[in-house]
Design a protein around this ligand. Structure first.
Ligand code: ADE
Length: 222
């Protein structure tokens, strides 16, 4: 898979993609990630990428020209272009699965008061990572790319994501424990040390359901 990210703050991505599982996926050629500064594409003599809103009002609006010219230089017939904005469709695990099957994803990160609305003529979908407003689309891009890359075959063991929270059954993952058996008086549930795998499987299913009922009853209503 190839992922291109358009941002005027490309340095923000250095840490996120240079550690752990994402770093290894890049090194193993499971994914190629390129960051493009769309300021490099501006035709403005002062390198501007934004301007005041028509009709007045607070803040600055990102202009279409630098973004669309940058897009034109990288998009192909296989590309899916995603705009990150709080007014997009709320992201979830099913969307992560669907996007992990694409050949080429392009993410556009906004800033300030958002984009000139005409940008919507050049994109395929709009995604939000939740009902709150961030200073830009970079953190949403990092979160979404992370969730997609771990689903690319061979990046992590398949069993690991078969057991993920929010899979088709809409249940949260079961609780996990590791050593020591007793920590500050809190014990590991006896069943997990029993060696009885049938009982362990049953316990995990029950705990998954119990947890979901307690913490996310809205998931069960689906
Ligand atoms: N940009 C600012 N806030 C955002 C959000 N919640 N989701 C996606 N992009 C954003």
């Amino acid at each position: 898979m190839k992922i291109d990210i358009l941002s005027i703050f490309p340095e923000m991505f250095e840490g996120a993609f240079n550690e752990s599982i994402i770093k290894r996926a890049i090194e193993d050629n499971k994914v190629e990630i390129n960051i493009h500064n769309f300021r490099d594409y501006t035709e403005d003599s002062h390198n501007k990428v934004d301007d005041t809103p028509y009709g007045g009002g607070a803040g600055m609006v990102l202009m279409c020209q630098p973004i669309v010219d940058c897009l034109d230089s990288i998009r192909t017939d296989d590309s899916k272009v995603i705009l990150l904005t709080p007014s997009g469709k709320t992201y979830n695990q099913q969307m992560a699965y669907d996007l992990s099957k694409e050949k080429h994803l392009i993410f556009i990160c906004g800033h300030y008061e958002g984009f000139d609305e005409r940008i919507t003529n050049f994109i395929d979908m709009e995604i939000s990572i939740g009902d709150y407003v961030l200073t830009g689309g970079e953190i949403p891009a990092m979160a979404i790319v992370d969730s997609i890359v771990r689903l690319i075959p061979g990046v992590i063991k398949e069993e690991s994501h078969l057991e993920d929270s929010f899979n088709e059954d809409y249940l949260l993952d079961y609780p996990s424990y590791t050593k020591p058996r007793v920590f500050r008086g809190f014990e590991v549930p006896e069943v997990l040390i029993s060696g009885d795998h049938k009982r362990i499987d049953e316990w995990r299913k029950e705990e998954s359901l119990k947890r979901t009922k307690e913490k996310r009853p809205d998931l069960l209503e689906r």
